[in-house]
Ligand binder design. Structure first.
Ligand code: CA
Length: 220
């Protein structure tokens, strides 16, 4: 019996994965090859990818926006969870990452569902709004540079439909958000962002200690 979230020992974490993960072989392959990249730890955890897929199916999502593609693991997982007519707009600025992501989408046969926008995401988000796409997305996943996090969130809130969800990764930031002695700009920014969402009356909020911390904001 417990009134608080368990701390996961390595042993319990392994058990948790052993009874929860159903990662398809193609996704596992993409994720594990991603770990050989110097920044591979920027990929979301397998249990997060599975959770996002679950959520998209639960919501019957058809239109998804991802801000921060990196090597394409999360976009592949989400695209696999979308119906055949589903669409995912994927934003990133790095052509090298995008190249790898594109080859992963092809391997998983989801490339027809994904439109890559290789440009600063804020520019892409503004364009989508100008094109009348406001209020049309079922789901937005924000996992990009933390400096622009708040702006991404504000645009996402305009682009997502009422009852749609915005998910934000890294809200627990390797635990640094709870260490008072850590006062670098990124950590401070993430703390401010978390406080802002806690008070934001435009959304229902839940924060899951999954992976590096995943916030879910449901647009009212
Ligand atoms: Ca992340």
């Amino acid at each position: 019996m417990s009134i608080k979230t368990l701390s996961l020992t390595p042993q319990l974490y392994d058990y948790f994965l052993s009874i929860s993960l159903r990662e398809p072989p193609i996704l596992k392959d993409i994720r594990q090859r991603g770990y050989s990249h110097p920044l591979g730890r920027m990929q979301i955890a397998a249990e997060q990818a599975q959770f996002l897929s679950f959520l998209l199916k639960l919501m019957k999502a058809k239109k998804v926006l991802e801000i921060g593609v990196f090597l394409g693991y999360s976009s592949t997982a989400m695209a696999l969870a979308l119906p055949p007519e589903g669409k995912l707009i994927a934003c990133d600025v790095n052509p090298e990452y995008a190249e790898i992501a594109r080859s992963n989408w092809q391997k998983a046969k989801v490339e027809s569902k994904i439109t890559l926008k290789l440009a600063p995401a804020i520019q892409t988000l503004q364009e989508l709004l100008q094109q009348g796409e406001g209020g049309t997305f079922d789901f937005v996943f924000i996992d990009a540079d933390k400096d622009n996090q708040e702006q991404y969130y504000e645009y996402a809130l305009q682009l997502v439909r009422q009852g749609g969800v915005i998910a934000v990764d890294n809200v627990l930031w390797y635990g640094k958000v709870a260490q008072p002695e850590v006062d670098d700009e990124t950590t401070k920014r993430i703390r401010e962002f978390n406080q802002k969402l806690l008070r934001d009356e435009r959304i229902d909020l839940t924060v899951l200690p999954l992976g590096d911390g995943l916030t879910l904001a449901l647009k009212r």
